[in-house]
Design a protein around this ligand. Structure first.
Ligand SMILES: Cc1cc2nc3c(=O)[nH]c(=O)nc-3n(C[C@H](O)[C@H](O)[C@H](O)COP(=O)(O)OP(=O)(O)OC[C@H]3O[C@@H](n4cnc5c(N)ncnc54)[C@H](O)[C@@H]3O)c2cc1C
Ligand SMILES: *[C@@H]1O[C@H](CO)[C@@H](O)[C@H](O)[C@H]1NC(C)=O
Ligand SMILES: *[C@@H]1O[C@H](CO)[C@@H](O)[C@H](O)[C@H]1NC(C)=O
Ligand SMILES: *[C@@H]1O[C@H](CO)[C@@H](O)[C@H](O)[C@H]1NC(C)=O
Ligand SMILES: *[C@@H]1O[C@H](CO)[C@@H](O)[C@H](O)[C@H]1NC(C)=O
Ligand SMILES: *[C@@H]1O[C@H](CO)[C@@H](O)[C@H](O)[C@H]1NC(C)=O
Ligand SMILES: *[C@@H]1O[C@H](CO)[C@@H](O)[C@H](O)[C@H]1NC(C)=O
Ligand SMILES: *[C@@H]1O[C@H](CO)[C@@H](O)[C@H](O)[C@H]1NC(C)=O
Ligand SMILES: *[C@@H]1O[C@H](CO)[C@@H](O)[C@H](O)[C@H]1NC(C)=O
Length: 606
């Protein structure tokens, strides 16, 4: 079973294991920071060492160019390597922990009604702290964009280029054309969670006529599936691990850590010629100007990228004028923020009894990289469906139209053993207490009915001209009521899952939290759940769209109105894919390197 070890216990255990442990951990070595002087120059500068920035920088460096990769964070820590510790990374020192501005109609159960907004801050970026699920989304996500060069057939080669699937033999033969086994990102199935709720949950969905889907990255996404993860030999595979530990990359690429980019330097003709950055050394912060002879690639993510653009005078003129920033290009940067959200639904269930002790789990991971800590528990189970193809009266998933192949919802799962509930999503005290009480003698399963194509749009603006201040994020979840309606369709399915024999015999029921501002469940089921969704709103942290293809960047990711500057991260996607987002972030990073290299001879270098 999955024992989520409290962080303190893990650290204690590791310390007790003493000197031996360091030897047991087959180490991998990330690049050191290069010494930098004010005025240093490179062919290319890539800002942000996350999902997209790392592959972009690595490919450019492997081409023989001189490349500097700039990252605000440092190295990922030991906890990031242990898959079963994923939940402890949220809110840790490796998380930017951005505050958000409330819209008063979502995230109402959180302190200050603020939605949680996590992003990774270290080499690997969010791929060093994410849940490691390898899901590419639907082919239509790209075909429907209608942008030249962004159809599925254009992107597919880049998804395959980096994929190093170790477990092709565990997939049906029909999966073969959809995978590559030799790419640099080694991936595969998570270890067995040893939690009886894993197979029980699959059987529960099967009872509702969900097909078992062996491979959501092949022909069809629909059904209940155990997904592949960014995991290899029991350890996380971040982009830092997949690219930056390679000897060829390490010898070609220059990396600077703890270096916060504050601005793009533009010359009088709007050529991006360099960046300003604050390097945080041990006891001083140095401000440097670093120059790019050819191009700059911005890969600071959906929040970092629009912030840097606006600080550089590239953004909505009225907003920049209000802050006294000289406008260099009037572009709709920071609008159309869109993200995957779900209400946290808790099922109370009998505890799993195949428990291995925390010590045993830890030892098995430390010495053999096996056992529950080499898994993410039942979180590798995910279901995709089109909720319009669920027949409520028959309690069954049907297939009566080709639209049933296009999922509108993803269901996510997480198991919490007795006594392990922590208010780690920033839930307010009263709700945390109710859940702690429910979790006292029973386990909880957190179910997330995720809206794959939300209608609501948020925005991001500068909160201040101080570049080290966090920007103002307005997620604006559930602004469009249709997103709540979709959640309600998902909740009905979860209610039916509780009634399946598998769940029923284990005393499963949905916890009806007492929400004083909401109608009572008994009097008004629909009113209660609508209100619940607005209280328990949670992001799966897949935000995209703040420097969109079309309005802000052209199909080769060049920023309009500025030369020598591209954006390569999830901020370019106008719509969030119908699946988890790391896979496409890495593909975007791989691909931008080809765009950049194609233009390499345009720049005359003295
Ligand atoms: C907790 C969590 C769980 C997730 N789970 C999954 C999952 O299971 N599967 C999945 O596919 N996706 C998951 N995702 C989403 C996925 O990881 C991200 O969508 C993806 O990593 C985004 O890639 P990116 O390159 O756009 O940004 P990031 O990976 O966030 O990289 C941006 C990088 O830029 C750096 N940066 C920012 N500002 C600056 C600056 N001013 N100067 C220098 N550097 C800067 C950041 O520190 C970071 O390293 C999850 C995300 C989170 C946060
Ligand atoms: C939310 O409510 C506060 C307090 O009433 C108000 O100041 C703020 O403008 C509201 N925000 C929105 C987006 O409506
Ligand atoms: C598989 O990955 C290798 C290594 O990156 C690459 O050379 C090859 O072209 C990839 N195969 C496909 C089908 O993309
Ligand atoms: C460096 O900058 C950070 C803010 O990002 C600040 O907290 C810290 O005190 C500064 N350190 C020094 C030595 O000035
Ligand atoms: C925002 O989204 C709307 C609706 O999809 C679209 O028309 C508009 O072009 C987008 N704007 C930007 C700047 O992305
Ligand atoms: C777990 O390990 C710690 C440290 O080695 C030890 O003190 C403790 O007694 C062990 N607990 C169990 C249940 O074995
Ligand atoms: C590690 O694996 C070996 C060989 O299978 C086994 O003998 C040993 O008990 C395992 N160690 C732990 C801590 O599980
Ligand atoms: C398919 O079945 C669903 C659920 O019963 C129903 O709502 C929908 O209208 C049907 N669609 C078609 C095309 O028959
Ligand atoms: C939990 O179990 C204990 C002892 O078995 C019992 O006294 C207590 O009432 C139970 N609490 C809840 C919330 O069910």
């Amino acid at each position: 079973m999955l024992k989520m070890l409290p962080r303190a216990l893990l650290l204690l255990s590791i310390m007790l294991a003493g000197g031996n442990l360091a030897q047991e951990l087959p180490d991998y070595v990330l690049p050191d920071s290069v010494p930098l002087k004010d005025g240093d120059s490179f062919d290319y500068i890539v800002v942000g060492a996350g999902g997209a920035g790392v592959p972009a920088a690595a490919r450019l460096a492997l081409s023989g160019a001189s490349v500097l990769l700039v990252e605000a964070g440092g190295n990922p820590n030991l906890n990031t390597r242990i898959p079963g510790m994923f939940s402890t990374l949220l809110g840790s020192a490796l998380d930017w922990q951005y505050p958000t501005v409330t819209n008063n109609i979502s995230c109402l159960a959180y302190s200050d009604k603020q939605c949680r907004f996590s992003r990774g801050k270290c080499l690997g970026g969010s791929t060093s702290i994410n849940f490691m699920m390898y899901v590419r989304g639907n082919h239509r996500d790209y075909d429907e964009l209608g942008i030249e060069g962004w159809a599925w057939k254009d992107l597919k080669p880049y998804f395959l280029k980096y994929e190093g699937l170790q477990d092709l033999n565990k997939l049906p033969r029909t999966s073969i054309p959809y995978h590559n086994t030799s790419g640099t990102m080694k991936i595969g199935f998570f270890a067995n969670s040893e939690n009886s709720w894993h197979s029980r949950t699959i059987r529960g969905y099967r009872y509702l006529n969900f097909p078992f889907n062996y491979d959501v990255n092949a022909k069809s996404q629909i059904g209940i599936s155990q997904v592949i993860g960014y995991v290899n030999e029991g350890e996380r595979m971040s982009t830092a691990r997949g690219y930056l530990t390679r000897d060829d990359v390490k010898s070609a690429l220059k990396v600077t850590k703890n270096t916060h980019c504050t601005k793009i330097i533009l010359d009088n003709d709007n050529n991006a010629i360099g960046i300003k950055a604050v390097v945080k050394d041990e006891n001083q912060n140095r401000t440097l100007q670093l120059y790019a002879r050819k191009e700059i690639v911005l890969s600071a993510g959906t929040i970092g990228t629009p912030q840097i653009l606006m600080l550089s005078g590239i953004g909505p003129a009225s907003h920049l004028n209000d802050l006294g920033i000289t406008v260099r290009a009037d572009l709709p940067v920071g609008v159309n923020l869109t993200d995957h959200v779900f209400p946290q639904i808790y099922a109370s269930v009998n505890p799993d009894t195949s428990m291995s002790s925390q010590n045993e789990s830890l030892e098995r991971w430390l010495y053999n990289r096996t056992g529950p800590l080499a898994s993410i528990g039942i979180t590798d189970l995910t279901a995709f469906l089109n909720t319009r193809c669920y027949d409520v009266s028959q309690q069954t998933l049907i297939y009566n139209s080709s639209n049933c192949e296009i999922p509108s919802m993803q269901l996510a799962h997480s198991y919490l053993d007795v006594g392990l509930f922590q208010a780690n999503f920033g839930l307010n005290e009263d709700i945390a207490q109710q859940l702690t009480a429910e979790n006292k003698n029973k386990s909880l399963i957190l179910l997330g009915p995720l809206v794959l194509r939300p209608f609501s749009r948020g925005s991001i603006r500068l909160a201040s001209i101080d570049p080290l201040q966090k920007p103002s994020i307005f997620p604006n979840y559930l602004a469009d009521k249709r997103d709540v309606d979709e959640m309600l369709r998902g909740i009905t399915i979860i209610e039916h899952l509780m009634e399946t024999p598998e769940y029923k015999v284990q005393n499963a029921f949905i916890v009806h939290l007492k929400l004083p501002d909401c109608p009572e469940y008994e009097n008004d089921r629909k009113g209660y759940w609508s209100c619940y969704c607005r209280h328990m709103t949670t992001s799966l942290l897949h935000a995209v769209g703040t420097a969109g293809l079309g309005p802000v960047v052209d199909p080769q990711q060049r920023v309009h109105g500025v030369k020598r500057l591209r954006v390569a991260d999830l901020s370019v996607l106008p719509e969030v894919p119908r699946g988890n987002t790391a896979a496409v972030a890495i593909a975007i990073g791989e691909r931008v390197a080809d765009f950049v290299l194609k233009d390499a001879n345009k720049y005359l270098v003295d």
